[in-house]
Design a protein around this ligand. Structure first.
Ligand SMILES: O=C[C@H](O)[C@@H](O)CC(=O)C(=O)O
Ligand SMILES: [Zn+2]
Length: 287
């Protein structure tokens, strides 16, 4: 597991392009037949993936966690951005179709990932955070009828925002948050931009009580997103390609404009789970 330390805004404003990328950008998120994880000291979020192709992959704690098993003191959210696959949790197998997700609660020991078709492998994107209690493990679907251990995302948690005129027409689909899927601190969702819209999270915001990680995807190889970070009056950009993630400290804005439309997954952890607890920054005030 790769380790990233926390960073002060007083230092970050002096960073070069390369240093900024080393600290905050996560590349090669999905590697076939590997589980890849990056541990950040910022709220101790773990960001990574399981990309089973030829073989089934088992999640283990690793040296860094000094735990008996990965979720001994943690919870995790997963969203599949690849082909269909399965996640087996303590003997129970969940079929996870493209764009479906899971919340897996603290205390679940045996977690394995597999793909249905190795030619079109599942790509399980993972966010995990420290937890204090165990909430129910569920499969999260965007549509359908609820069953035991299956939650359907409520219409009120699919929020259409922005407009084509402002190049930011998009839909925020909230997978894990209070009232939808309960968790100790983790919140996750997926935001899709309409064709012709390129701006996410604009007007932008900070939220001192939560950090956030974005994973950008659904982009051809030659496309990019200029991801903006930094204090609102001290912004910097990171050029991001398809299927790369970026860490946003609580003091930083996190927004982007792409060379075309794209999709991204956001994950937040920290002090509270109040999605609307943001400090909005007026477009007039950003520097
Ligand atoms: O704190 C919330 C997160 O930054 C995202 O949900 C924002 C987002 O998806 C968007 O506006 O496009
Ligand atoms: Zn945010």
């Amino acid at each position: 597991m790769e380790l990233r330390t926390a960073a002060s805004p007083r230092d970050v404003k002096h960073y070069t392009t390369q240093r900024l990328r080393e600290e905050f950008l996560i590349q090669n998120v999905f590697v076939p037949d590997e589980i890849r994880l990056v541990y950040s000291h910022i709220d101790r979020i773990i960001t990574g993936s399981a990309t089973p192709a030829e073989k089934e992959l088992k999640l283990v704690a690793g040296q860094e966690l000094r735990a008996e098993y990965f979720l001994q003191r943690r919870e995790m959210g997963v969203i599949n951005i690849g082909g269909p696959g399965c996640i087996c949790v303590d003997g129970r197998t969940f079929e996870v179709a493209p764009r479906e997700g899971m919340y897996i609660g603290m205390g679940k020991r045996d977690i394995t990932f597999s793909s249905t078709d190795k030619e079109n492998p599942a790509k399980f994107y993972i966010n995990s955070a420290p937890a204090h209690t165990s909430y129910p493990t569920v499969l999260i679907k965007r549509e359908g009828t609820p069953e035991e251990d299956v939650v359907i995302i409520k219409e009120e948690n699919k929020v259409e925002l922005g407009s084509l005129e402002q190049s930011n027409h998009r839909t925020i689909c909230k997978y894990i948050l209070p009232g939808q899927v309960e968790s100790c601190q983790l919140e996750m969702g997926m935001t899709s931009l309409e064709p012709g819209s390129v701006w996410n999270t604009m007007p932008c915001h900070t939220h001192d009580r939560r950090m956030e990680v974005y994973l950008y995807f659904d982009m051809p190889e030659d496309a990019f997103v200029m991801h903006y970070m930094g204090e609102p009056q001290e912004t910097r950009h990171i050029v991001m390609r398809n299927e790369e993630a970026v860490i946003s400290p609580s003091w930083s804005i996190h927004a982007g404009s792409g060379s075309r439309n794209y999709t991204f997954i956001w994950g937040m952890v920290g002090e509270n789970q109040d999605f609307d607890d943001m400090d909005g920054i007026r477009n007039e005030d950003i520097l």
